[in-house]
Ligand binder design. Structure first.
Ligand code: GLC
Length: 434
């Protein structure tokens, strides 16, 4: 049988965006999700799965971490409440990473924290229950790759168990196994969102990506599937790297760590500051995307203090500025304002996010609408503005200079609300007199 090499497709290559628009609405409105990487790698504080794959640690030593995964201070309601406090509307947790250790009670013959660690229990269901109590949508991360499973070809970076074309039966056994696990997660936990990972190791045909999509949608027609399913996902998932140019996708989500690692890491103190996360978040929503911000709890279930503080600070800021964030649309194209912007759904309110502290005025260019009012979100101050450079006989709009006094500014990022006389209309020409 002829096997094709993995082909890399964009997330929605095989999906008609028109057909998924309705089910994507909550996701488009949600803007912020919290990603959780929890697994045995938190015991030694090593790179999740990759540490043995890349031979930084032996596989045997890596798996010894099973003995230290206690979850003894795990308090799922506290996790959910912190996520709620951060302002996030959904959360995605690793049900199984590339190391193959399931965080639920899998009925398949393979590792789980229930069978193989002192935690001895399913940690997914209580978390989803707590999230649902807080009206937060539940996402299941699931690694298609399973470097521990005896019938999976890949193992270490320079060695694999076999080649699929040499033993198709063995590959079929793996397929049966991982698809059975997916069904378990689907039936037991009914995720609102699936976050696949690792699709790059095999093609859509090899994974049977289309069939996986069908199985999930049959169980729950509303479930959303991320873009790492070789063309059969609903939205795109850039990772760590901020898209500088606005992505063309209908829906996208930047997943990003709070330091340099996904899981709890012993020697990683490179924490992003609240200001950095908030400005990145504003930039993401300005470009029509979501931010999936990652935290990595310790093996006992406690969340590192730096991450707790970060989520609280982020929460303070986005509760204050909620109307400019949640349920909005991506903002103006580049060139109109030196900073991120968003729009209300009817496009009559324009929100301007001010990077850094402002002394004096900010400027808005190419706005055709008349302005009814400009205010500061969170303290209701009305601001003065002035139209500069308007030529009376030309249709080209003038520049709007807005004065922003220092005492109305937010500690992280000030947001202005510009109320327009109708849906936003922009001038995008070259400025020549017509
Ligand atoms: C990467 C890594 C993985 C991590 C994921 C999160 O694909 O393989 O370790 O879980 O990104 O986005």
């Amino acid at each position: 049988m002829l096997l094709l090499a993995p082909v890399f497709l964009s997330a929605q290559q095989k999906i008609d965006p028109a057909g998924i628009r309705d089910k994507m609405q909550w996701f488009a409105d949600a803007k912020l999700g919290i990603f959780i990487h929890w697994g045995i790698y938190s015991v030694g504080g090593v790179d999740e799965s990759w540490s043995f794959y890349n031979k930084k640690i032996s596989y045997t030593d890596y798996m010894k971490q099973l003995n230290g995964f206690t979850a003894k201070n795990y308090n799922p309601q506290q996790w959910a409440d912190l996520i709620k406090e951060s302002g996030a509307r959904y959360s995605v947790i690793t049900t199984k990473h590339h190391d193959g250790v399931a965080l639920w009670d899998t009925k398949q013959d393979h590792y789980s924290v229930v069978k193989n660690t002192p935690a001895k229990r399913d940690v997914i269901n209580p978390f989803f229950e707590a999230l649902r109590k807080d009206s937060i949508k539940c996402g299941a991360y699931f690694s298609l790759i399973d470097w521990s499973y005896k019938d999976y070809p890949g193992f270490l970076k320079d060695s694999s168990r076999y080649k699929i074309e040499d033993d198709y039966d063995r590959w079929n056994r793996f397929r049966h196994f991982f698809q059975s696990q997916i069904k378990e997660v689907s039936e037991n936990f009914k995720p609102d969102l699936w976050w696949f990972d690792g699709d790059w190791e095999h093609s859509a045909e090899e994974w049977e990506a289309e069939k996986i999509r069908q199985i999930l949608l049959k169980d729950n027609p509303e479930t959303i599937i991320n873009g790492r399913l070789q063309g059969y996902g609903d939205y795109e998932t850039p990772e760590q790297n901020f898209p500088v140019v606005r992505p063309k996708y209908n829906w996208w989500e930047l997943c990003m760590t709070t330091n340099n690692n996904w899981g709890y890491h012993l020697n990683d103190d490179n924490w992003k500051s609240p200001y950095e996360v908030i400005t990145i978040f504003a930039d993401v929503i300005s470009n029509g995307g979501n931010l999936l911000l990652d935290i990595g709890p310790k093996a006992d279930g406690t969340i590192p203090e730096q991450q707790v503080q970060l989520l609280k600070e982020l929460g303070k800021w986005d509760h204050k500025h909620a109307e400019a964030i949640f349920g909005t649309l991506g903002g103006l194209p580049q060139g109109h304002f030196y900073g991120p912007t968003t729009l209300s759904k009817d496009s009559t309110d324009l929100y301007l996010f001010l990077p850094g502290k402002v002394t004096g005025e900010v400027v808005l260019k190419g706005l055709i609408n008349n302005i009814k009012n400009i205010s500061v979100i969170g303290n209701n101050t009305t601001l003065q503005y002035k139209i500069v450079g308007k030529v009376s006989f030309s249709p080209i709009p003038g520049l709007v200079y807005i004065t922003v006094p220092e005492n109305v500014q937010d500690e992280y990022m000030t947001v202005l609300k510009v109320v327009l006389d109708g849906p936003v209309k922009l001038y995008r020409g070259h400025g020549g007199l017509q």
